[in-house]
Design a protein around this ligand. Sequence first.
Ligand SMILES: [Zn+2]
Ligand SMILES: [Zn+2]
Length: 465
Amino acid sequence: MKITFHGAARTVTGSQHLIEVNGSSLLLDCGLYQGSRRESYERNRQFRFNPRQLDAVILSHAHIDHSGNLPNLVKNGYQGPIYTTPATAHLSRIMLLDSAHIQEADAEFINRKRAARQEEPVEPLYTVPDAEQAGEYLQDIPYQQSFEPVPGVVAHLVDAGHILGSASVALDIDDHGQKICLWFSGDIGRRGLPLIRDPILPDRPDYMIMESTYGDKVHRDPQRAFEELRDLVTRTVKRGGKVIIPAFAVGRTQEIVYALHQMMVSGDIPPIPIVVDSPLAINVTEVFNDFPECFDDETWAFIRSGKHREVFGFDHLIYTRSADESKALNDRRDPMVIISASGMAEVGRILHHLKNNIEDPKNTVLIVSWQAPDTLGRRIADREPEVKIFGEMYQVRAEVATIGGLSAHAGQNMLVEYAQVAQGNLQQIFLVHGEPKPAEILRGRMAETGISRVAYPDLHSSVEI
Ligand SMILES: [Zn+2]
Ligand SMILES: [Zn+2]
C-alpha cells in the first residue's frame, strides 16, 4: 500500500491524499489550495495522478480547502463515487456551485486584463456545469456505517466535531493478507463548540494522517471567547460603530449567530441588528435547519426551552440575499454586526464592508478564524497599517480584534491528546494540514509526551507501507 500526500502537505489548504492498494486508488479529500491567485491557479489546475484512473473519493467535510477541487477532478475525467456524510453532501453541492461562480468571475477578471495586453485568455479552473456534475457523484454515507470504497478496503466515517457533517475516516485495509488500519483525522474539532457534537477520538489505528493547524496554540476555552465577543460587541456599540466579521459561510457564521442570539436573550448584549450578508451563508443555514440530528444536547436544550424554536431565526437577525440589500447597509449609521463571506476576505461582499468601514475608528473588524498567508484577512489580522482593497489603499483605523478561541479546530492540547489516545498499535503519524512552525512545535510537544514516530511529509511525497 502506498500513501501520497498531494495537498495540505507542509501547508494548511488543498487537502488531498492518495491511497493506492490492491491495484485500486482511493483519494481522501480533493481540496483547493488557497494563497496568492497565480500560485493557487497553477497548483490547483493540474493533478499529479490521472483522475480517470481513480476508483473512489472520500470527502471529510464541506470546507473548500477539502472539497473545492472536486469539480476540477470531474472536469479532468473522474466519474466515480464521492462518499461523504449526508450533511456534507448537501452542503458541498451549495458550496461547490458558489466556488464555480467565483472561479468563472475570477477568470473573467484576469482575462479582461490579459485582453488589454493582447494575451491569450485563461480558462476558469472549473465552471458551474463541472460543479453540478461533481454534485451528482456525491453519495451519502451516514456516520458509523461501513462501506467498501474499493475492493479490500472497508471504511466508516465518524463525527470529527469540526463543522456540520464533518468526519474522520477509518479505513480497514486488507493488503494481500496484511491488515492495516489507517485513520484520517480530517479537520479535528473541539469539545464544547456550539451547535455540533464533540469529536470522536481515533480507535487505535496502525497509521494516522492527522491535521496540525493549531499545533503551536493552546486555545482559550470557548466560553472565554464568547465573553470576549460580548465585550467587543458592547464596546463597539457604545462607540456607535459596526462590527464587521469575515466568516466562512459554513460553521463560523452559524456559531456566531447562535452565540449572539443567546447573548441577546440573556441581555448580555444590546438588541442591535445582526446581519448575515451572504447568499451562500443563507443557503447553508437552511441546511443546518435540515440536519437537526447533528446538533449537540445543549443546542437541543435551547430549542426545547420554548420560544426559540428556530435556532437561526430571531427578531434582530437580518439575512440579506440581494446585492441591493447588501449595498443599503452602507447607508445605515446605527450600530450593528455584519457577518459576511469570504472568511479570509479574498472575495465576496465582505470586501465592500471592509472598504466602507475599515477607515473609521468607531468600527471593529473581528477576525475569528485561521487566515492563509497572502490573503487580505491575514494582513488585517497581522495589523498592517494599510491594506489594498479592490486595487486601492485604505488606512486601517478601525479596531482590529482576533478571537482565536472561536476556532473550530483543535488546539495544541487536544491534538496531543488525540495522538495519545491513538497509541497502542500506532506505527506512524503523518502530520498534514499545518504550516511548518505549528507542525514542528506540535511534534516537539508530542515527543515530550513519548510520541516519537511523527513524520511531516513533503508535498507529493509518498510512503510505502
Ligand atoms: Zn475545515
Ligand atoms: Zn481544513
